[in-house]
Design a protein around this ligand. Structure first.
Ligand SMILES: [Zn+2]
Length: 276
């Protein structure tokens, strides 16, 4: 699988913020060192691309840095950095790759941002592709933004496995085409993978997707400080195997994961499972 990455996404930071440049810098270095992956540079998404899922009001507020969200700083240049991360997801969807970019996206909805997210990277890529898509969100938090964007969209089924109770407090039950699987903290590999199997089973009962898009959050890893679900590295390999088992074109977009030294190994395990 090709890795979509630009060092430009390391250029914004706030001391002590968990969504640090160090996360992706170390992950990219780790994956590059293996020599197994081709790296591609993304182009920023256009405003037209953003308008596929976001309101003009949200886009203007990010451009002018007039928003306030406690978790999501108004970094200088954030509009351009966020557009570059969206561009990474779009390129990943085109080449069947993994976008290893920041900021993440799954907490950004049609008209809101939050949770370190400004624009919804995977949502723009899915809608721009025009394909019937199964979105699988394995981040430890519920992707409230992705649900907000695709709820009721017949082109998409969204499944999310996430820790509950936890930020943002949504996703407590399934609604329409959004299938939610709240799980207890530190639940471990076995329970998690059973829930994933059930989620995939439910999702594919009446839906025939053309592709699968993975919101690859790694904060369910057992030692993660924000969203641990007690998962081991081998759980990510198993998740990759299950995605491969769908026998559909797949792409992935990085979401959370707050142990910089563990992102690389866990992503590598996922890719090993995916690619067999
Ligand atoms: Zn998360």
């Amino acid at each position: 699988m090709k890795i979509i990455y630009s060092e430009r996404c390391l250029e914004f930071a706030e001391p002590g913020h968990p969504e640090s440049p160090e996360r992706v810098r170390r992950a990219a270095a780790y994956l590059r060192l293996s020599g197994r992956y081709e790296f591609l540079e993304p182009e920023p998404a256009s405003e037209q691309d953003l308008l596929l899922v976001h309101t003009p009001r949200l886009i203007e507020s990010v451009k002018g840095r007039t928003f306030f969200d406690y978790d999501s700083p108004a970094y200088p240049g954030i509009y351009d950095y966020a557009r570059l991360a969206v561009g990474g997801a779009i390129l990943a969807s085109r080449v069947g790759g993994l976008s290893l970019m920041r900021p993440p996206g799954h907490h950004a909805g049609k008209d809101f941002l939050g949770g370190f997210c400004y624009f919804n990277n995977i949502a723009v890529a899915v809608r721009k592709s025009g394909k019937r898509t199964l979105i699988v969100d394995i981040d430890g938090h519920h992707g409230n933004g992705t649900q907000d964007i695709f709820l009721g969209d017949p082109q998409v089924v969204y499944i999310s496995l996430h820790r509950s109770p936890l930020y943002p407090g949504t996703g407590l039950s399934s609604v329409g085409n959004c299938l939610n699987f709240p799980l207890p903290a530190h639940c471990g590999d076995k329970l998690y993978l059973e829930a994933l199997d059930e989620a995939l089973h439910q999702a594919l009962r009446d839906f025939n997707p053309e592709q699968v898009a993975l919101s690859l959050g790694l904060d369910g890893y057992r030692d993660d400080p924000l969203a641990s679900l007690g998962l081991s590295t081998s759980a990510y390999r198993e998740i990759g195997r299950r995605v491969a088992g769908l026998k559909l074109p797949a792409f992935a977009v990085l979401e959370g994961g707050y142990l910089p030294e563990l992102l690389g190994p866990n992503i590598e395990a996922f890719l090993e499972g995916l690619e067999g």
